[in-house]
Design a protein. Structure first.
Ligand code: CO
Length: 174
């Protein structure tokens, strides 16, 4: 399992609902956590490992393995969001060199299914809410560069162009 980097089209593909809650699903999420910790991330969406399903893993405690704060959410959706929004700095494992400001609702209410298919409803805010919203965007083919402030996008422009060129060069040589 490897991280899919921008502009790989798998990051923009449709993601299918999770319908089978079995040992293979659990094994894949364990592999995603291992990769997330190895790359010092706090969240990872399935399409970022080339697996186009509606599943995310995250750990708001950071990049140290800590099972009580690990979250696996299948088929997540936002059922309520606050009018109040907050600006914050984000990065993304599919864009290793890029960071930028993104404005998002401060509080959200979420429905999802657990790794065993159990229905969940949770309220998230602040940092954890931000991680969730970033990962949910991945499940809809939306990337943080799509939501970045114009100033941040301007600062990232050269690095994005480099990533596109590297991707094209790899396609040409493969
Ligand atoms: Co991301």
């Amino acid at each position: 399992m490897d991280i899919v980097l921008y502009p790989d089209p798998r990051l923009r593909a449709q993601n299918a609902p999770v319908t089978t809650f079995d040992a293979e699903l659990e094994a894949n999420t364990r592999a995603m956590f291992a990769l997330m910790y190895a790359t010092a991330g706090v969240g990872l969406a399935a399409p970022q490992v080339g697996w186009n399903v509606r599943l995310m893993v995250y750990n708001p405690e950071g990049s140290t393995p800590n099972p009580p704060s690990e979250m696996v959410l299948c088929n997540p959706k936002i059922v309520w969001k606050s009018k109040e929004k907050e600006d914050g700095e984000e990065g993304c494992l599919s864009f290793p060199e890029i960071h930028g400001q993104v404005t998002r609702p401060l509080q959200i209410r979420v429905q999802a299914q657990s790794l065993t298919g159990e229905a969940l409803e949770i309220e998230l805010e602040g940092w954890e809410g931000r991680i969730f919203q970033h990962e949910l965007d991945h499940l809809d083919g939306i990337l943080f560069i799509d939501r970045m402030s114009p100033a941040s996008k301007g600062l990232a422009k050269a690095a994005l162009e480099d990533m596109i060129q590297i991707y094209k060069d790899q396609l040409a040589s493969s």
